[in-house]
Write a protein that binds this ligand. Sequence first.
Ligand code: 0X9
Ligand code: ZN
Length: 817
Amino acid sequence: MTALPRGGRLAAIVFAALLSGVLVIAAAASAATRATVTASAAKARGCHTHFVGNRAHTDVLRVRSNVEGLLRARLKSRGDWDLGVFDAKTKRYVAGSAALRGNELAEGFVTKGQRLLVQACRFRGRVSSARVSVSLLATPSPNIDGAMQVVDVSTPTRADKRRLQSLGLDLTESGGANSVEVLLYGNDDVQLLRRNKFRYTVRIADLQQRNEANRRADRRYGLRVAQTGSQLPSGSTQYRRLPDFELELKLLAGRYPNLAKPLTLPHRTHLGRDVQGIEIATDPYNLRDGKPIFLNMGTHHAREWPSAEHSLEWAYDLLTNYGNQARTTRLVRATRSIVIPVVNPDGFNISREAPDATPGAFDYEYKRKNCWPHPGVATGTCENSSEGRLLGVDLNRNYGGFWGGSGASVDPLDDTFRGTVPFSEPETENIRQLHSERQITNLITNHTYANLVLRPPGVADVGPPLEEPLLKDLGARMTSHNGYDNIPGFGLYDTTGATEDWTFWSAGGIGYTFEIGTEGFHPPYQTGVVAEYLGLPPAAGAGQGGNRESYYEMLQATADTRYHSLVRGRAPNGWTLKVKKSFMTSTSPVWQDDLGNVIGNPMLFPDSLESELHSNGGRFSWHMNPSTRPVVAGRFGRDPTGPPQGRIDLANPAGQPAENVKAAYLDGAYEAIPFTVAGPPEMDNGRMTVHIEWSNPDTDWDLYVVNAAGEVVTQSASFGDTTEDATLFDPPPGQYTAHVVNFDQIDGAPYDDWFNGSVTFASPRPLVRGPNEAWTLTCEDRGGRLRAIRDLVVDRGHRVNVGRVCSSAAIARAKAQ
Ligand code: 0X9
Ligand code: ZN
């Protein structure tokens, strides 16, 4: 019930009536209306899940919308209060917020004239009042002429991909070696592709229609499994909304107080939200227990809903199986897990709520970025900007590692805008700070969609880290369960400023990006979440355990000291040990435009890592990241066992089908030229390049290389030039065939045969080792006095015993050095 600060019940009712009157009359779209709400009791129940009306633990405001757009209700309290907003007539959900404390922001789409009930609920604690303010924002319809569609754009070479990237279109990670799936927002985007002479095929002609069908399928699925029961660990039957995630994290922490601790990250988002997670460990509140940590995150990108679902289901798996299942119990005891389902709550909420809006807000469903307000560039805020979904920073381009290079945009209104400086955004700064204060040894950052497990680096030129064999091997174990491809981050195209390109190269934990599924950013729940998580048809991991088992592989690797460093020793009870490291991190040479025509110097920014261990007396085991940053440790390579084999000339076979036939590869009209690749120990080929060329640029030849088993191992099918080069690293020795296809791009162009075919080989690159770096290890006694300090060099997979590191003998030894 609504109350003036000291008002009795009657005064409160009068005020409530007045207040709703004021709101009904209010015309200014953004004028906030404020009230104090009170509740005499607390109840740990969802506030946004049902409208319960005035009860002891709730208080209700009435509002009428004077806009077509967005309702924004904020609540502030020193206690834990939540919000739910409902349609007054149907009592259906409109918006909600269920953060851990009393900092709430509920946002949902409303129609003009809609009557609404704003329900405030006291969730927990002794604070009986809160302040609520409600405002309404008109959301202008984005100006899109023509349907939104998904197309597959032919981009056979890296140069094509780069050229496509530079157009400012909305690229997905999905596609093959030969193409990229792109979202087109109306006719302007279609024209742009055409003007730049890209070939494409239409995958989804009307994305809005497809989405509506998907959501109908979700509703049918939800009703069906409500009868039969959901197989997911949480029992969930549909895509969650932001307050569902917040509430479930809070309820889980309450249900498992000895195993789980709620987590609020230090920086609030641009709209003022808290970013929440949960920590799972056998002594959850002892953050200085020295255990290795697996961080599982979702939704850096707003529209990638299944990524958040996967992270939260994983938390349920750990919590519900602990004590019931030997494997989970063993692994949870050995590790700490941190789960942050929604790294980007501002963006996610808008995307997730958009399908419930009038069609004008459809664009928001495909929002990717956060809610950086674009000072000076756009008008309005994230939800009612003149630029629709395009306001914001791409959080997966804003991390500091290699920030500012290729595959990230300098244009604030591009979907891959990198931000003004590295770590300019609160959401990336949150994840950075978590890594700076804890030893996050293992990480999975979930995205959709492309059926990929990506490992560092995200940029081809950086070269593979010394850990490449280890990362590749663990990637293979994970993909054996989800059926995805196990490739480096640059596999499809270069990206800079992505998560692991800082967390791995600078903080040292091993990390992967999962691109979940193939059916879109948020396909039907049953395929995008249930099937992918559990490994059910039609997922590629059907019958192999799915992403749940891939995550278990990662948790197993977290417990495995081959993947991080272990420091052992003895320290007095109650003393604090610290490891610290400060360094400068370099960005990429900073691109000044999206084509990389003007490239500036790299930027340097300071980084500082400092984490603690609390000694209980006697022996300690401290799991940590290696002291040497992977970025300086070196690059993987190998010594050649022999020279590379010599050049092979490919003879053009006269009279073969492709001579006079224009055809696509799958039509079967190609010329086949066999060749043999020699193997070690006499010959060692680190890289193979198959090349063809011709002289008439109006003719287009494509090239595919097939192994003895008939699989295409590499290909090159660009257009607009007169050469093709197909590359394969470390080609296994054996018999290969080059398939040359006469694919004429321009209709009626004269036939012109290819000539000069060759296969050339290069040696593998050797391994490069860099300098060693050290942690600074200190001991502080119970009074916080520094009692010992020393350098500590420890590599990945190594154990170091530092003995009685805090003892006076150790101090004397350190002084004598
Ligand atoms: O572009 C991205 O940020 C990711 N694809 S998505 O469709 N989910 O947006 C891929 C990033 C790949 N690169 C690295 N992880 N380094
Ligand atoms: Zn993504």
